[in-house]
Design a protein around this ligand. Structure first.
Ligand SMILES: Nc1nc2c(c(=O)[nH]1)N[C@H]1C(S)=C(S)[C@@H](COP(=O)(O)O)O[C@H]1N2
Ligand SMILES: [Mo]
Length: 313
């Protein structure tokens, strides 16, 4: 066979289902989501260009042409060794060295709160249900550096449509795992677990991506495996990593960074070169691994798509 479609080991074609429990959970999930059967999922494209050693980590996805503008990507090795993930360490260069004990399989995710169809499911099953796409986004950390990254995932709006929030739901709250035994940074005095949040209209915006992969692979642990959020017009910290719970709530959730320092890290946190951080300017950013410093753009370059969310009046 010249062209082998490599399915990740969790991929369950109906007839290949290995465990009855998983099979029935999947059936239940499909029903909850309103799918008649697995055929609704066959829009996913196979990906086969990776080497054998990486094959198991590859989730099938389709490249979304609308979000692949041909920008030069940040070097994968650099991006994989320059991570903010305080659950492990505050040292960006060392996160990838400290994630060995972090268990990402199995991983239950709980989607609930003010919704019609709450859902508790293994994350691999969830990922298997959603058509995945690759999108290249700019990524801007509040610390003044940026990168250009090919993420794989699905719009949060697709999940929201399925769980059907009630009218009282005004915000979405994302909560990261809380396991100090697996993550040494959690033994330090921060307000764990890491919590982030979005307004409902921000959560529904087509740019808001539930992210399951990067550089064509399943997320490495340091990037927030097995599932994290990417909200490209906001500072990087608005995208919580390694999420265990997604809750629809009536009032604005108190976030991790806001708890630590509300003036420095307010809930909204849209990228804005004209609004300095209290301790440094946000006018420019260093594109990591290039030595180049560029002007920061309002909404991180996504004004055309998102400015209307913040228009007053
Ligand atoms: N759970 C959790 N999520 C997190 C963080 C964190 O420390 N813990 N750091 C945030 C910050 S400040 C940034 S810049 C991005 C970094 O993502 P990356 O390592 O994939 O580049 O993750 C965000 N999400
Ligand atoms: Mo950040």
């Amino acid at each position: 066979m010249a062209h082998i479609i490599i399915r990740p080991d969790w991929y369950l074609a109906e007839k290949e289902a290995t465990s009855e429990r998983v099979y029935w959970e999947r059936r239940k999930f499909l029903k909850q989501l309103g799918y008649g059967g697995a055929s609704a999922l066959l829009g996913m494209a196979g990906v086969s260009s990776m080497g054998a050693a990486e094959a198991k980590a590859v989730y099938p996805y389709a490249r979304n042409k609308d979000y692949n503008p041909g920008w030069p990507l940040t070097n994968e090795k650099k991006a994989s060794t320059w991570n903010n993930f305080y659950e492990f360490t505050t040292s960006k260069a060392n996160v990838h060295l400290m994630v060995d004990k972090f268990v990402i399989d199995p991983w239950r995710i709980d989607i609930g709160g003010l919704v019609e169809n709450p859902l508790k499911i293994d994350v691999r099953e969830l990922i298997g249900m959603m058509p995945l796409e690759e999108r290249v986004y700019r990524f801007r950390c509040v610390e003044g550096w940026s990168m250009v990254v090919p993420w794989t995932g699905f719009p949060l709006s697709k999940l929201i449509e399925k769980v059907k929030p009630k009218a009282e739901a005004k915000f979405v709250k994302f909560t990261t795992f809380n396991r100090p035994d697996q993550a040494p940074g959690m033994r330090r005095g921060y307000p764990w677990p890491y919590v982030e949040g979005l307004r409902m209209d921000e959560a529904m915006h087509p740019l808001t991506l539930v992210t399951t992969g990067v550089y064509g692979k399943a997320l490495p642990k340091q990037f927030g495996a097995p599932i994290r959020m990417i909200v490209p017009w906001k500072y990087g910290y608005k995208g919580g990593k390694s999420i265990e719970k997604i809750e629809f709530v009536a009032t604005q959730p108190k976030t991790f960074w806001e708890t630590l320092s509300p003036e420095e890290y307010p809930f909204e946190s849209n990228v804005d070169p004209a609004v300095p951080h209290p301790r440094w300017s946000q006018a420019t950013e260093e594109v990591i691994d290039t030595g180049i410093r560029i002007r920061t753009q309002k909404y991180n370059g996504y004004a055309e798509q998102v400015a209307k969310l913040y228009a007053k009046g």
